[in-house]
Design a protein around this ligand. Structure first.
Ligand SMILES: NC(=O)c1ccc[n+]([C@@H]2O[C@H](COP(=O)([O-])OP(=O)(O)OC[C@H]3O[C@@H](n4cnc5c(N)ncnc54)[C@H](O)[C@@H]3O)[C@@H](O)[C@H]2O)c1
Length: 390
């Protein structure tokens, strides 16, 4: 029998719209789950955004007061897709209201805030989830299985990066993302969260880091109206960028691998280069979201006399591919990864079990971010504290 799940979405910017679309896709992509998300209510401080959400997705109600979403008895699950600076208050209120919460990364403005929110979630007993969408690419999930099965041997090297040049153009406005007050950290929270989730998922815990940061574009145009980080403006007043554009780190994994991680939002040339290369004692792999349906893979045992990478295309045998397409090489896109993640979360909610990545995984990421930020001050290696009792 179909299980209806009442959904509330708080903040209808890019992610609010994307989450809403993803919830709607569940009935089409995962009919076997018999889950029917019901878009009950959405909130945004800009009425034009909620009007648009009603038109596009058919929300039953709208509000400019996000607390009304949490007070709504028909809402079981809440997506929190507001700017980072609002997440703490919204999450804590949602836990108090007994709602299950999907909060977008990086959850808190700083690692301490993220850890506080994750601890409160644990105490409240609600189910939580966070938006590490890239991990759901079928080829990445297939690689994860190969690593877990030992096909690549012991991992020795990991190089992760997220070069997403949304701020490369200096006329892109001073949106909330570039302001410490609203975003908290810059790319340490925004992009490095994704890089770290992928690294921790594939290569295991990180024990020590040494890190550096830089702000290459110190000021940006003040937006004349509400704008996103994709809005451009020139000729008017400018304001200071108050968080970092770039973070780089050398890392030591507890399992023995050594690696580097980098993230930058002003880099030239790369639009959404969320990528990794990893090497083990018996194999190697590399992936780049810009070609998210491809995986380059080398396995000693597959081609012992032919060293070199094979280029694999996504195919129905890989996790989740067949939910979208019956044919090999008929690829998925970014929003399909969002559909997979909201489906994973809602299944966990209706089956009353925790699913990864929840706020505990976000806490593991935050613990590494905390060590990176400490290293900027100490200019030396910093140990990563345990974030979650494992
Ligand atoms: N997982 C991913 O790939 C991914 C991608 C982009 C953004 N994000 C995360 O999603 C979150 C939102 O980012 P975005 O790009 O959608 O932002 P955005 O700027 O596009 O949208 C933010 C929305 O919040 C609304 N808002 C602001 N104050 C509000 C309030 N008090 N009450 C209700 N609504 C309010 C704004 O009007 C706007 O519609 C951030 O935490 C970001 O890090 C995740």
């Amino acid at each position: 029998m179909t299980r209806n799940v009442g959904i509330g979405v708080i903040a209808m910017g890019w992610m609010g719209m994307t989450h809403s679309r993803a919830y709607q896709q569940i009935v089409h992509r995962f009919p076997q789950s018999d889950l029917t998300p019901r878009l009950v209510i959405c909130a945004d401080s800009e009425p034009s955004r909620t009007d648009e959400a009603v038109q596009r997705f058919g929300f039953e109600r709208t509000t400019s007061d996000w607390r009304a979403v949490l007070a709504d008895a028909d809402v079981e699950v809440v997506s929190i897709t507001a700017p980072n600076g609002l997440h703490r208050e919204m999450c804590l209120a949602a836990f108090d209201a007994g709602k299950h919460v999907f909060c977008e990364k990086p959850v808190g403005r700083c690692p301490a805030e993220t850890l506080e929110i994750a601890a409160a979630a644990r105490d409240s007993g609600v189910h939580t989830f966070t938006g590490f969408c890239y991990r759901w690419s079928p080829v990445v999930q297939e690689l994860k299985k190969l690593i877990e099965d030992g096909r690549l041997g012991d991992l020795t090297h990991y190089r992760g990066r997220f070069f997403c040049g949304y701020g490369h153009n200096p006329y892109r406005v001073l949106s909330w993302r570039f302001q410490k007050e609203h975003a908290g950290f810059g790319v340490l929270g925004d992009l490095m969260s994704h890089t770290l989730d992928m690294a921790l998922m594939l290569a295991g815990p990180i024990s020590e880091v040494v890190s550096q940061q830089e702000t290459f574009t110190p000021q940006r145009p003040l937006p004349s109206s509400t704008g996103t980080h994709f809005s451009e403006q020139s000729g008017g007043p400018v304001g200071p960028v108050s968080n970092e554009d770039y973070v780089g780190a050398m890392v030591r994994f507890s399992g023995g691998a050594r690696g580097t991680l980098e993230a930058c939002r002003v880099i030239a040339g790369s639009d959404c280069e969320h990528a990794f290369e990893l090497n083990g004692t018996r194999g190697a792999a590399r992936w780049n979201f810009e070609r998210m349906n491809e995986l380059e893979l080398f396995l000693d045992d597959a081609h012992p006399d032919q060293p070199g990478y094979a280029r694999l295309q996504t195919r129905p045998q890989y996790p989740h591919h067949a939910d979208f397409n019956p044919g090999g090489s008929v690829g998925l896109g970014y929003e399909d990864l969002m559909t997979i993640e909201v489906h994973e979360f809602l299944r966990g909610v209706v089956e009353d079990r925790s699913v990864e990545p929840g706020l505990d995984q976000m806490a593991r990421v935050a613990a590494v971010q905390d060590a990176m930020a400490r290293s900027w001050e100490s200019r030396t290696w910093e140990a990563v504290a345990a974030a979650v009792a494992e």
